[in-house]
Design a protein around this ligand. Structure first.
Ligand SMILES: NC(=O)c1ccc[n+]([C@@H]2O[C@H](COP(=O)([O-])OP(=O)(O)OC[C@H]3O[C@@H](n4cnc5c(N)ncnc54)[C@H](O)[C@@H]3O)[C@@H](O)[C@H]2O)c1
Ligand SMILES: [Zn+2]
Length: 374
């Protein structure tokens, strides 16, 4: 039976994790194989299927029904969609509901949804009765290419995003790219920004593939998306396998995120993460070129690849606010270097370490320039 999913999958990527290796199955139509994946990788009679209230009716309920049909006892739980639900409150609601349903240590969580569901349901699984298995079914581009690999789970708290959480690797991941047809185009485009990042730091071929296929990718073509998700998962998995708990190499995944996070915070999270990271990557590539670290022309290639993924090339965000967040961030890190710079497309500059120090004046110019339009 399990050979059948290997045959049906566009790609199967084995992820190495301390808690045990797990497969990521990528391809259109694979959600129908959920029951066999659960029985092979997380055999439990009792399951908690968790979705947000937008994905729940479209995909979560069907997944739950398919599991009931093969004899599982399923508790189907939903929470209100959106980042605002990645809270202690949702965590306590979900864990209370599972306790009320009498789910024991032998249960498995099946998370069906975008990155918010991956993180929240993953954190529920990490902590419920000190930890139960989780099978991840990411349904957004971002969740497929980014959140489903690496085992990070967590919630947001007043002091910041993702500050409370745990590493909790799933038993298996099903990335069914046919599910992307119901995701809105803006979320599809924003998710692809992280795929461009994977290409920019690790693989020129992946970078070029996305740049050339942007229309099909944003248009939710399931096969083109399967190729993109599989390549991104492979690239991220390779980095995570070499540095699972974020001591060194894994920092390269932060390319574009130092300035991206500052822009996101300055915009009071009114703009999407992908959009902020796109601006962050352009600013950080310019910094690299200016410092003579990054090959000249790299920023131009990034801009060309990102053009169709960001809604406009300027942002109405106050540069001095963004710079204030950059300064605060530097303080938190006790002045430690935090800029990942490219050598060229497909390669990160690695001299003394994976991150570089950048003086405030250079950062100020780059942030001001990128916000005013590229
Ligand atoms: N754990 C990690 O390594 C990691 C990595 C990247 C991002 N994240 C987290 O992911 C979150 C963002 O993920 P996201 O952008 O997927 O957010 P999300 O889960 O809120 O999904 C975005 C929106 O799309 C909807 N949606 C998702 N899939 C759908 C589908 N197939 N059809 C219709 N609607 C669908 C959701 O209901 C939501 O309204 C953030 O909280 C971020 O911190 C985690
Ligand atoms: Zn990101």
């Amino acid at each position: 039976m399990i050979n059948d999913i290997h045959r049906a999958a566009y790609a199967t990527i084995e992820i190495r994790a301390a808690a045990g290796d797990y497969p990521v199955f990528v391809g259109p139509g694979l959600l129908s194989r959920l029951p066999v994946v659960v029985s092979t990788y997380a055999p439990s009679e009792r399951l908690a299927v968790i979705s947000d209230d937008q994905v729940g009716p479209i995909h979560g309920a069907a997944a739950a029904e398919a599991l009931v049909e093969v004899g599982h006892d399923v508790t189907f739980l939903t929470f209100p969609e959106g980042e605002g639900s990645k809270t202690r409150k949702s965590w306590s609601m979900l864990t209370d509901e599972m306790l009320n349903a009498g789910l024991g240590r032998d249960c498995t969580v099946v998370a069906v949804g975008g990155g918010v569901t991956t993180d929240l349901a993953g954190f529920v699984a990490a902590t419920y009765l000190r930890g139960v298995p989780v099978v991840q079914v990411p349904t957004s581009t971002l969740a497929m290419i980014d959140a489903s690999v690496g085992g990070k789970t967590g919630i947001d708290v007043r002091a910041g995003k993702n500050l409370v959480g745990a590493f909790h690797a799933p038993c298996a991941v099903i990335a069914d790219t046919a599910l992307l047809t119901t995701l809105d185009a803006r979320n599809r485009a924003e998710g692809l920004v992280e795929a461009v990042k994977h290409g920019a730091i690790l693989s020129e071929a992946h970078f070029d593939m996305i740049a050339h296929s942007a229309e099909a990718l944003i248009g939710a073509d399931p096969d083109t998306n399967a190729a993109c998700v599989a390549a991104s998962v492979r690239l991220k998995a390779d980095v995570v396998a070499r540095d699972e708990f974020e001591g060194g190499l894994r920092q390269v995944l932060n390319f574009g995120h130092t300035i991206g996070h500052a822009i996101e915070a300055a915009a009071e999270y009114e703009i999407g993460h992908g959009r902020a990271v796109a601006f962050g990557m352009i600013a950080e590539a310019r910094i690299g070129e200016r410092l003579g670290v990054t090959e000249v022309g790299t920023t131009d290639r990034l801009m060309a690849a990102l053009m169709s993924l960001t809604d406009g090339t300027s942002l109405d965000v106050d540069p001095s606010e963004a710079l204030r967040f950059l300064k605060a961030d530097k303080k938190v890190r006790a002045g430690r270097a935090r800029y990942v710079l490219l050598r060229r497309i497909g390669e990160v500059a690695h001299d003394d370490g994976w991150a570089h120090d950048v003086d405030d004046a250079t950062a100020r110019v780059a942030v001001t320039e990128v916000l005013s339009g590229w």
